[in-house]
Design a protein around this ligand. Structure first.
Ligand code: 4AD
Ligand code: MG
Length: 483
């Protein structure tokens, strides 16, 4: 049953040997006595062409049997084809298969198969997420996702980092932003009806709320899906020195944008004995390594993205690979923005969170290359970031890229027990929830740093796709979990 992949066949010698392939029909076309079928198996961008010459079918071919099989074949049908691998006279392909035998695994009736030859809109394809990987665009995105995941592991494994698996279910809020999905086995409907009953008997709403007893919940406490694997990665970095985690993360933020998902994958390296400069160096090297991998190892898919998805994409990415990222402090960034305040809808001022229009201006107008912004006001960053001596800013860094904005967020971590405890309290978080995290500062504390790269943001960047929902197989967003 096992046969060769089309990607291997397309680069092999057309020496007339007999081969068998499997795949899905992209197009079938007839011209006089000739039949041409393009078959794609997703192993690469290109399809292989099957040809059948009715007047000159080749030795031992049963014409009427083949004609019968050919008849019901339409776009989307799955087939197994055997024939001779020969040089192709057609331009744009080196080889083709002269058909001798054909089997249909499954038909795809033209009157009901949703993906016909014509170009479908991305919106339409989003509604057919279970079939969209069979299109050129989504096949290319899927291969790019796989390649980038491989590149990420390769980058860290080459540099002595250990891959750690941080938990998906957690009791601590890493970003302290309260945007977590709750995980519970409590029967919410039963609790609600009990509350209604109790309320009818004159119970106060506060007391009714007390009917929820987390000690009876599955984990014996309030638990959620993680927003980041960072805190647990820190526990391993302060034992194995250099680690990274790469897994799904979840955020219940109600951001209905082309750059936010409720479920996305994040790559988070965490390094002991790294200060903020080391952290920035690593982040810059990492981004360049990944873009270079895409440009040099995914050429056919990249050519498609460059020609059909975003004109000039290859030049843009090449420029990033060859440029030194600008490094500026938040204070410098705000000064640059204030000089041009009239250009912005949201007027920049010291203390404000940078908006995407600001990020765009810095990367596309002022520096014309990626920019790493550091030392943000502590009020707009998470509790774990190292406090600077000025007492006002933290050792944060955001990597901003032209055309997208924030792709990486990270920092040097607060390594001092007392300072960290203060920060947790000031932000209104409960120190008891972070006791184990605080322990890292109590016992053998070390300077350490890390960052998070949103995997889908990276994919948006390398593919030139416009909507983050199109670079993950099954996007999760507000009111969207259909498949
Ligand atoms: O800046 P963030 O929130 O940083 C953290 O989570 C840190 N714990 C990372 C660390 O230091 N280990 O998120 C990191 C990155 C962002 O720069 C962005 O690329 C991506 O994650 N991201 C999202 N991607 C898609 N959808 C969302 N809702 C995202 N939120 C963040
Ligand atoms: Mg961020």
């Amino acid at each position: 049953m096992r046969t060769e992949l089309i990607k291997d066949i397309l680069v092999s010698q057309p020496d007339g040997r007999e081969i068998t392939i499997n795949g899905w029909v992209r197009t079938k076309r007839e011209s006089k006595n000739l039949v041409f079928i393009q078959v794609n198996d997703g192993s690469c961008f290109a399809s292989v062409q099957l040809t059948f010459d009715r007047e000159n079918p080749g030795d031992g071919v049963n014409i009427s049997a083949l004609e019968n099989v050919l008849k019901p074949i339409t776009t989307g049908a799955s087939v197994k084809a055997t024939g001779k691998l020969v040089p192709s006279p057609a331009s744009g392909q080196a080889v083709e298969i002269q058909l001798t035998q054909l089997t249909v695994w499954g038909e795809a009736p033209a009157d009901s198969y949703p993906l016909q030859k014509k170009n479908h809109s991305l919106e339409f394809l989003r509604e057919h997420a279970h079939l969209r990987a069979r299109t050129n665009t989504f096949g290319a995105v899927a291969r790019m996702r796989s390649q980038m995941a491989f590149a990420i592991h390769s980058f860290f494994q080459e540099r002595g980092f250990q891959y750690v698996h941080t938990p998906i279910i957690t009791a601590s809020d890493c970003e302290g932003a309260g945007e977590m999905f709750q995980v519970t086995t409590l029967d919410l409907e039963k609790i609600a009806s009990k509350a209604v009953e109790a309320g009818a008997k004159g119970m106060s709403p506060e007391k009714a709320a007390g009917l929820i007893d987390y000690s009876k919940d599955f984990f014996g406490k309030h638990a959620s899906l993680t927003v980041s694997g960072q805190l647990e990665a820190e526990t391993y970095a302060t034992a194995l020195s250099r680690v990274y985690t790469f897994g799904p993360t979840f955020r219940a933020e109600n951001s209905n944008t082309t750059r936010h998902l409720a479920e996305f994958w994040m790559i988070e390296p965490e390094m002991a004995f790294f200060d903020l400069t080391d952290n920035m160096d690593l982040a810059e090297e990492f981004v360049k390594y990944l873009l270079n991998w895409a440009l040099t190892k995914c050429t056919a898919d990249m050519k498609f993205f460059d020609e059909r998805i975003q004109k000039g994409l290859i030049d843009t990415l090449t420029h990033v690979v060859n440029s030194d990222f600008a490094r500026i402090t938040y204070t410098e960034a705000v000064e640059a923005l204030e000089k041009n305040a009239q250009a912005f809808e949201f007027k920049p001022y010291w203390g404000c969170d940078l908006q995407s229009e600001h990020e765009k201006y810095l990367t596309e107008v002022v520096y014309k290359r990626p920019v790493i912004v550091t030392d943000y006001p502590k009020e707009i960053k998470a509790f774990y970031m190292k406090l600077n001596e000025d007492g006002k800013t933290v050792r944060a860094m955001d990597v901003l890229v032209p055309g997208l904005g924030e792709i990486i967020g990270g920092s040097e971590r607060e390594a001092d027990y007392t300072t960290l405890l203060e920060r947790i309290k000031t932000l209104g978080l409960n120190p008891e929830d972070y006791w184990w995290y605080l322990d890292l500062r109590k016992f053998g504390t070390v300077p350490h740093s890390g960052f998070g790269l949103g995997f889908e943001r990276l994919l948006l960047y390398v593919t030139g796709m416009g909507n983050i929902r199109d670079v993950i197989p099954y996007p999760r967003a507000p009111k969207l979990a259909d498949f």
